[in-house]
Design a protein around this ligand. Structure first.
Ligand code: ZN
Length: 302
């Protein structure tokens, strides 16, 4: 009898257990209670991981899954923050690196200088998140000072590698990069002139030749004097030059204008070469503008 009783007891217990089982609102599995509570903080963190419809309770399996997601996300974010911090630190250190390289140049420690300059380029690659050797002016849009600095660094690198008998390839690479960046330099015209001078005594003249050949198309030229007035030093050209040197150059805004003018005027000049009528119209308005400017600023007396 007692055996029978036990059987009944255990069967009813089983039924009871079965009846008291709950369904996990996430995976829909029926599990033994209790479900684990997913608190508001955890739901918020899961939301940040891109999860939606997060229940307020879940089975232990689902709960540990949530736990893993949250800690993995936190770890990833912490890594990202650390990387960002590192980038920021590198960015801050870059000017010091260039300064050091220039000092080494002065001491004629060329290979050490090259290392520092290469480090500077590497920093920019890391900050801009680009693979080695692929940094281009597009990555530093609007950062005129940095573009100017890169051009000067590449010029120094080209000269350093040109001194070494084992760095022909690097000299060519520096020359090619310089070609990309030189037009953003404040001293573009000087770079070209210097390259022409270096060409005569270079170990790898081909590197300078490549640079010169590629930049020939957009040598800075003043479209006013070279195009609108066919290269003649007319009164208009003289007045406009006086205006540039005595008025524009003394104001920060004017200086900016000159910078952009010399950056874009070669392209405008090229375009105007194909539009003779436009050229005539522009020459006429420049003449009137020059006379008006002369009246206002007494340019000839400056
Ligand atoms: Zn579940």
């Amino acid at each position: 009898m007692a055996e029978e009783d036990d059987k009944i007891k255990s069967a009813s217990k089983k039924i009871e257990e079965e009846n008291s089982k709950v369904e996990c609102p996430r995976c829909m599995k029926t599990v033994s209670p209790p479900l684990k509570s997913v608190d508001a903080g955890m739901r918020l963190r899961l939301g940040k991981e891109g999860l939606s419809d997060i229940p307020s309770e879940a089975c232990s399996e689902c709960f540990s899954e949530f736990d893993k997601m949250v800690s993995k996300g936190a770890k990833l974010r912490a890594e990202q923050v650390a990387k960002e911090k590192n980038r920021h630190f590198l960015w801050q250190s870059r000017l010091g690196v260039v300064k050091q390289a220039r000092q080494l140049m002065k001491q004629k420690a060329y290979s050490e200088a090259a290392l520092s300059y290469e480090k500077y380029i590497k920093i920019l690659e890391i900050v801009c998140k680009v693979p080695h050797g692929t940094l281009s002016p597009d990555h530093l849009q609007g950062q005129a000072q940095e573009l100017n600095l890169i051009a000067s660094v590449l010029w120094d690198l080209l000269k350093i590698y040109d001194k070494s008998s084992s760095h022909a390839q690097r000299a060519y690479e520096a020359a090619d990069k310089l070609t990309e960046f030189a037009r953003y330099s404040n001293s573009y015209a000087i770079l070209i002139r210097n390259a022409e001078a270096e060409l005569k005594r270079a170990r790898y003249p081909e590197a300078y030749k490549r640079f010169l050949k590629k930049t020939r198309a957009d040598r800075p030229r003043c479209f006013i004097s070279t195009t609108a007035f066919e290269g003649q030093r007319t009164e208009t050209v003289v007045l406009l030059c006086l205006f540039r040197d005595h008025i524009l150059r003394t104001h920060p805004v004017g200086k900016k204008f000159i910078y952009f003018y010399y950056r874009y005027s070669p392209r405008i000049a090229k375009w105007l070469d194909t539009k003779p009528l436009c050229k005539k119209i522009i020459a006429g308005s420049l003449k009137r503008a020059a006379l008006a400017l002369n009246k206002r600023f007494h340019l000839k007396e400056l």
